[in-house]
Design a protein around this ligand. Structure first.
Ligand code: MN
Length: 199
């Protein structure tokens, strides 16, 4: 067994005009595929630790030192992107009442998420996560660091690496963030939120 690159759950051009087909093709077939290949190369050096990236990245100190940073980068890169594809949809889904109420109670609006995505310096991600007490938090992480390593359960993710938007939006990250809100798969958010509260 090895980590496998999942197919996109829609066509490469399905999210146009918000996210263009060329970006989706490169992002999935090249960037995500490279994270998968490099994660597998790291895991092959230590077959004794298994391949469950969620478990391994939940406690990075347990990862053998010679592959630790590679798994943080590439294992995290795989998990983050596999989740990101599921959080996008061309189907114009609506935020569910439960998620809307939780966001309103925690933050009043999505401004905190937008701010996290806008202000993350360099490459990284913005996240809506559920903490150990079941509370919503907005965070951002650098590079491919996953919130799982902080004991947090991600329910919404936005990739703000330039590779995610530069072809279409050039340096104007705020326009990409605005477009992201047009293609969020709120059904996935609702499912992840429910799972985070029950586990
Ligand atoms: Mn990416």
């Amino acid at each position: 067994m090895a980590i496998l690159l999942p197919d996109l759950p829609y066509a490469y051009d399905a999210l146009e005009p918000y996210i263009d087909a060329e970006t989706m093709t490169l992002h999935h077939d090249k960037h995500h595929a490279t994270y998968v290949a490099n994660a597998n190369a790291a895991l092959e050096k230590h077959p004794e630790i298994g391949e469950n990236l969620e478990v391994l990245l939940a406690d990075v100190e347990q990862i053998p030192a010679d592959i630790r940073q590679s798994l943080i980068n590439n294992g995290g890169g795989h998990l983050n992107h596999a989740l990101f594809w599921e959080l996008l949809s061309p189907e114009k889904t609506k935020v569910t009442a439960e998620v809307a109420a939780a966001i309103n109670e925690a933050f009043g609006s999505f401004d905190a998420f937008t701010a996290a995505a806008t202000t993350r310096f360099g490459s990284g991600w913005a996240w809506l996560v559920v903490d150990k007490e079941g509370k919503l938090e907005v965070i951002s992480t650098a590079n491919q660091d996953t919130p799982i390593s902080q004991g947090l359960k991600p329910i919404l993710a936005l990739d703000v690496w330039e590779h995610a938007y530069y072809l279409n939006y050039r340096n104007v990250r705020p326009n990409y963030i605005k477009a992201f809100f047009e293609v969020i798969n709120w059904n996935t958010v609702a499912r992840l939120y429910a799972e985070a509260l029950t586990k």
